[in-house]
Design a protein around this ligand. Structure first.
Ligand code: SPV
Ligand code: MG
Length: 431
């Protein structure tokens, strides 16, 4: 009997899946691969049920003779193992980023003499509703909040991009690229104090109040499902910070990062050019431990950001603080630098990792931007935040457009570089 293979990457079974199985049965014995969690998140289909539950869902479908785990989005290992005569899949992989997977399978089938069967993708109102329901479920606080901790375990490095509005949230949520046969996308979002303030035309000095910052989070949450890391600046007074933590946690934010500074906060990238005061270790530890006590869930993370390198206080000071902040209950350490050379960041990571193997390390490579994610990960970094690049790319583009409209007294000259109206309308989901 011929072998027919298909791979499922889903939290629920709908008519479309059943149709694939029905079609597959016409060709032979049906073997279904269930994509591992690690691979599934590459599609932004972050599972809302366990792998075992997803496995059982498939096992219980009538007509499926065998279920296996598919560890990777590429089919090489599976094809080598089971040598299917046919690989069957919905024809939605003929275009878009998923085409790279079909190309991979086509190459393998060419070698083995197997064949691909593209089944017309089933679409109906019932499936659309289910899809939408599961998509929205991922954005619910109880799913979204814990996702950052899950990602830290599943990803070599959690790629995080700055967002400050619904629109930038959509870019973080939906941008997916195919590169060298791999599919890639951002894992999480950073609500930067710098960019949230800049979008409002305000300086980054804790002037934009928490009510407004929460509004930004809410705008982003309305249209996304990915986890959020909130830039909490200094956290303010301990008596205030406990309320901030409660609110963030209730909203479904995954983590807050607070920096060990006091008084009028200035952006770290000014370094010692402006007056900035570092908090005492004792006081900052008290802020962390008090906030950890008010936290309700085990999911939420309070990450301590160390400004010793920014304020030129030396490596030893940074490490002493890291030890103390972890002891006070910090769930992660962010180490920051404004040097172009990543050497001091790497030195900190290596030294910290030599004594602490597990506490997540966060870095923001705005100045030391030549280093790759893989290099950072090899020094023990868990989360990389691209903290301001969306804002910095949008601003010059908008300014150029404004200048040219003034120059030409019409908009024709700028039109070629604008996103077509049709495309911008379709960016936004319609209910
Ligand atoms: C932010 O994005 O607001 C940050 C990172 O805090 S930095 O601007 O580098 O200080
Ligand atoms: Mg900030």
């Amino acid at each position: 009997m011929k072998k027919v293979y298909t791979c499922f990457c889903t939290d629920f079974i709908h008519d479309g899946h059943l149709n694939i199985i029905k079609e597959a049965q016409k060709y032979g014995e049906v073997i279904v691969g269930v994509l591992s969690d690690k691979a599934m998140i590459r599609f932004n289909k972050f599972p809302t049920i366990s792998f075992e539950e997803r496995f059982d869902l498939v096992k219980n479908i009538k007509g499926v003779s065998k279920v296996i785990v598919q560890e990777d989005i590429k089919y090489d290992k599976v094809v080598e193992e089971i040598k299917p005569d046919y690989v069957i899949h919905g024809d939605n992989w003929l275009t878009g980023p998923m085409k790279t997977i079909r190309d991979n399978v086509a190459e393998l089938m060419e070698k083995t003499g197997g064949q691909i069967i593209d089944v017309p993708y089933t679409k109906n109102a019932g499936i659309n509703l289910l899809d939408e329901k599961y998509e929205l479920r991922r954005g619910m606080p109880e799913y979204r909040r814990k996702r950052l901790r899950e990602l830290i375990n599943l990803r070599d490095v959690v790629k995080t991009i700055e967002v400050h509005s619904g629109l930038t949230g959509l870019i973080a949520e939906k941008t997916i690229v195919e590169n060298n046969g791999e599919i890639d996308q951002f894992d999480a979002m950073w609500i930067s104090s710098l960019c949230d303030s800049t979008a409002k035309g305000k300086p980054d000095i804790e002037l934009v109040d928490m009510t407004s910052r929460f509004r930004t989070i809410s705008d982003v949450m309305e249209v996304t499902t990915k986890p959020i890391i909130f830039d909490g600046d200094t956290g303010g007074l301990i008596e205030h910070f406990v309320y901030t933590v409660r609110t963030l946690e209730r909203m479904g934010v995954s983590a807050v990062i607070i920096e060990d500074k006091v008084g009028l906060k200035k952006n770290s990238l000014f370094g010692t050019e402006v007056k900035q005061t570092q908090d005492s270790i004792e006081h900052f530890c008290e802020k962390i431990s008090t906030a950890k006590k008010v936290q309700i869930t085990d999911d939420f993370m309070i990450i301590a950001r160390i400004e010793s390198l920014i304020l030129e206080q030396g490596m030893e000071d940074a490490l002493t603080r890291a030890r103390a902040f972890v002891k006070a209950g910090a769930d992660g350490i962010m180490i920051h630098s404004r040097k172009k050379d990543p050497a001091e960041i790497l030195e900190f990571c290596d030294k910290f990792r030599s004594e602490n193997k597990t506490t997540p390390i966060v870095v923001v490579p705005s100045s030391f931007n030549t280093i790759t994610e893989a290099e950072l990960a090899s020094h023990g970094v868990n989360i990389v935040i691209y903290a301001n690049q969306l804002t910095r790319s949008a601003f010059p583009a908008m300014e150029e457009t404004a200048k040219d409209i003034l120059k030409y007294h019409r908009a024709k000259e700028v039109d070629d570089r604008l996103m077509p109206i049709k495309q911008i309308i379709s960016l936004i989901d319609q209910i």
